[in-house]
Design a protein around this ligand. Structure first.
Ligand SMILES: [Zn+2]
Length: 341
C-alpha cells in the first residue's frame, strides 16, 4: 500500500512544520514528537520521506552511499573504487524503524558471526544505522528506550558517522539521518540531558473539534478503501510541496539572519533560562529553515516567534515556583521579549 500522503494529513500543523524544517535543514537536529497514541506520528514521518525525491545510491552498497560524494564513501565503496565505476540506482529516501528492545548489535552493527564461523573472516554486518543513512530513523516511544542507546543515537545523528570498535572490528561508516522520536509523556520521561539534544520538540493531540475529527476519519477511510485513487488525487499537492522543500534547501545557502533576530533569540533564551547556547543555535537555524520554506529572503522576528515553542519547550529547567506547562512558559516569554504578534 502506498504511504498516506503528507499533504493529506489533517491539522497537526506544528508537527508537520517541524518535520519539514528538519527535511530542509537536518542540522537543526532531530524531532521529538510527544503525544497520544494514534495521532499519526509514524504516518507523518513515512509520508514525508515518500514526498522527497528518490536519491541516487551506489548499487550493492549497504549504506546507500551517494555516487556523487566519494569523499564520504563507506568502507565498501572505497574498496570498490579502484575497480572502476560502480553502478548506481534510484532508491526511495529510507525510513528505518527502531523497535523497542533492539539490541546495540542490531542498531550499530556487529561481527557477522556466520562468516566468522564458516569462513574465518572478520566481516561486519551493518545494522539499522547503516540502513538509515541519508534518510530518517524513527524511534517509537523513545522514552522507553535505554538511555545509553538514545545517547548513542544522538551522537551518531549529530556526527553523521557510526564508529564501530568492538569484537575485533574497527571501522567507520556514514550514518547521516534525521532522528525522529515519539514519546508518550505519561510513560516515563527522557532524561533532561537527552531531551535537549533533540533539535525540536512538538506536541500532538487528538483533535477535539468536531469538524477536524470528521475530516480525519473521512480521509483515513477514503485512503484505506482506495489508496491508489486517494494518493493519485493528492499528486499535484505533493509535487508542489516537494518543490517547496527543494527550493528551500537552495534558498537556505544564501539566507541571512539579521543581528536584530539573533539578539532577540538571545534575549528569549535568557528570559527562559535555557542551558548553554544550543537553544539559541537551534532557534536560529529553525527560524532560518522556516524562512526558506516560506520563500523569504531574510529571517524575521515573525519566523522566530513561530518556531520558538518547538525549538525551546524541551530545554526549560523545572521552576518550582511556576507550575505552568513549558509551552505556556515559552508563549509568555515570546510575548514579553518579542511583543505580541
Ligand atoms: Zn558505500
Amino acid at each position: 500500500m502506498l504511504p498516506f500522503p503528507f499533504t493529506a494529513i489533517v491539522a497537526q500543523e506544528e508537527m508537520k512544520r517541524a518535520l519539514l524544517i528538519a527535511a530542509v535543514d537536518p542540522s537543526v537536529g532531530g524531532v521529538l514528537i510527544f503525544g497520544d497514541r494514534g495521532t499519526g506520528k509514524s504516518t507523518a514521518v513515512r509520508a514525508l520521506a515518500a514526498l522527497l525525491p528518490k536519491i541516487r545510491a551506489v548499487a550493492g552498497c549497504p549504506y546507500s552511499c551517494s555516487p556523487d560524494s566519494p569523499a564520504e564513501a563507506c568502507p565498501h565503496c572505497s574498496q570498490q573504487r579502484g575497480q572502476g565505476r560502480g553502478k548506481s540506482h534510484q532508491i526511495p529516501v529510507p525510513v528505518v524503524d527502531l523497535p523497542l528492545g533492539a539490541t546495540e548489535d542490531r542498531v550499530v552493527g556487529a561481527l557477522d558471526l556466520e562468516r566468522a564461523l564458516t569462513r574465518g573472516e572478520k566481516a561486519f554486518e551493518p545494522g539499522l544505522l547503516a540502513r538509515a543513512n541519508r534518510g530518517f530513523l524513527y524511534i517509537d516511544e523513545a522514552n522507553l528506550l535505554e538511555d545509553h542507546l538514545v545517547d548513542l543515537l544522538l551522537d551518531v545523528a549529530a556526527s553523521g558517522v557510526n564508529t564501530v570498535e568492538r569484537e575485533g572490528l574497527s571501522l567507520r561508516h556514514p550514518a547521516r539521518f534525521v532522528l525522529v522520536g515519539s514519546g508518550n509523556p505519561e510513560e516515563g520521561e527522557l532524561r533532561p540531558q537527552l531531551l535537549d539534544r533533540f533539535g525540536l520538540a512538538c506536541e500532538v493531540t487528538t483533535p477535539t473539534d468536531i469538524a477536524t475529527r470528521i475530516e480525519v476519519v473521512r480521509r483515513r477511510d477514503a485512503y484505506e478503501r482506495d489508496s491508489q485513487g486517494f494518493c493519485a488525487a493528492q499528486t499535484k499537492a505533493e509535487k508542489v510541496l516537494q518543490k517547496t522543500i527543494l527550493s528551500a534547501r537552495e534558498r537556505l545557502v544564501g539566507m541571512s539572519v539579521p543581528d536584530a533576530v539573533l539578539e532577540s533569540a538571545a534575549r528569549l533564551c535568557l528570559a527562559l533560562g535555557t542551558d548553554g547556547l544550543r537553544g539559541e543555535l537551534t532557534l536560529m537555524r529553525t527560524a532560518r529553515a522556516l524562512a526558506a520554506l516560506e520563500g523569504a529572503d531574510v529571517v524575521s522576528i515573525g519566523h522566530l516567534r513561530q518556531v520558538a515553542p518547538s525549538a525551546l519547550r524541551h530545554r526549560l529547567r523545572r521552576n518550582p515556583l511556576d507550575e505552568s506547562g513549558s509551552t505556556a512558559r515559552v508563549a509568555r516569554a515570546v510575548e514579553e521579549v518579542l511583543g505580541a504578534g
